[in-house]
Design a protein around this ligand. Structure first.
Ligand code: AMP
Ligand code: MN
Ligand code: MN
Ligand code: MN
Length: 288
């Protein structure tokens, strides 16, 4: 059973490959009924994505995935259903983006110490939106030149903390991201919590803090969650009183497990976040 909802997807406005209209068409072709484009730190794809969804008659929710520093952890907070012209949100996102160019230079310098050359130019070729140059663009270039076979391998070898292509970076504060989203009338969702390398105690501190700051939902179903993650975060959502979200985190065909548009069903007992925008869509019946 799948849910015709996808509230987490990327276009080439951040580190996805397809332009916004093509991601929307791909999701719709797979049967999606409610879709959110959630590019990292940038909302410039939303107008085209919404126009395309309107043309296709598919439900559309404005989205963004904000990069956050929380202590030594980098977290991603998805905002859904906000007003895309909110000046405080737009200024906040511009500020988050502003450090990326220099970060990219430092990442390239780290990789060039290994004897690799032309790394920055190579990564830039993949970054259609130069303000949003990211580790994914470096990774695609390292695959192109044959250093690694896939995204998983290249991150592990080069792009994570302690590796030559990683640099420490200060993103938005957690409370800022939540305030920008809520100030624009949106819902703040903690993205793919199963990806954060933290023990249960720290996760509980995070869920307590996020809730206190106005966070309303957890992404229980995600392209980067296995069954155990889904089960764990369904229970934590219930315990902490969070709504539940679901998204593929699609970036590019061939790079991840899931295509955009359809997702595994939310487990029983989850209160779907999307009832705010599509009350007739959820909760969906269980298979017999
Ligand atoms: P950045 O915002 O520049 O730090 O890039 C982060 C992006 O890299 C994420 O949004 C993912 O798309 C991608 N990413 C991070 N870790 C991995 C990984 N282990 N495997 C594949 N992609 C990853
Ligand atoms: Mn990404
Ligand atoms: Mn993410
Ligand atoms: Mn994402």
């Amino acid at each position: 059973m799948t849910t015709p909802v996808d509230l987490h997807c990327h276009s080439n406005i951040s580190d996805g490959i397809l332009p916004p209209d093509e991601v929307v068409r791909r999701a719709h072709a797979r049967g999606c009924q409610l879709f959110a484009l959630t590019d990292h730190d940038d909302t410039r794809g939303l107008a085209l994505a919404k126009a395309t969804a309107d043309e296709l008659g598919m439900g559309f929710v404005n989205g963004v995935e904000i990069s956050v520093s929380w202590g030594k952890h980098t977290l991603h907070v998805v905002g859904l259903g906000f007003a895309a012209d909110d000046p405080t949100l737009l200024a906040g996102l511009a500020q988050v983006r502003s450090g990326r160019a220099e970060r990219a230079e430092r990442m390239a310098a780290g990789l060039e110490k290994l004897g690799l050359t032309g790394i920055l130019e190579g990564a830039r070729k993949y970054a259609d939106n130069p303000e949003m140059i990211s580790r994914s663009h470096f990774a695609r270039y390292l695959i192109e030149i044959g250093r690694c076979k896939d995204m998983k391998a290249v991150f592990k070898q080069f792009m994570v903390r302690g590796k030559p292509g990683f640099v420490e970076h200060e993103w938005a504060r957690l409370h800022e991201a939540v305030e920008w989203i809520r100030g624009a009338g949106g819902v703040a969702v903690l993205a793919h919590p199963g990806r954060y390398e933290m023990g249960n105690e720290t996760m509980r501190v995070l869920l307590t803090e996020f809730k206190r700051q106005g966070g309303e939902a957890l992404e229980v179903v995600s392209g980067s969650h296995g069954h155990a993650d889904v089960h764990r975060f369904k229970n934590l959502a219930k315990e902490f009183g969070y709504l539940c979200s679901s998204g593929t985190d699609y970036h590019a065909t061939g790079e991840g497990a899931r295509e955009p548009g359809l997702n595994a069903d939310l487990p029983e007992g989850c209160e779907p976040v999307w009832t705010r925008w599509a009350p007739t869509l959820g909760p969906l019946p269980r298979p017999h």
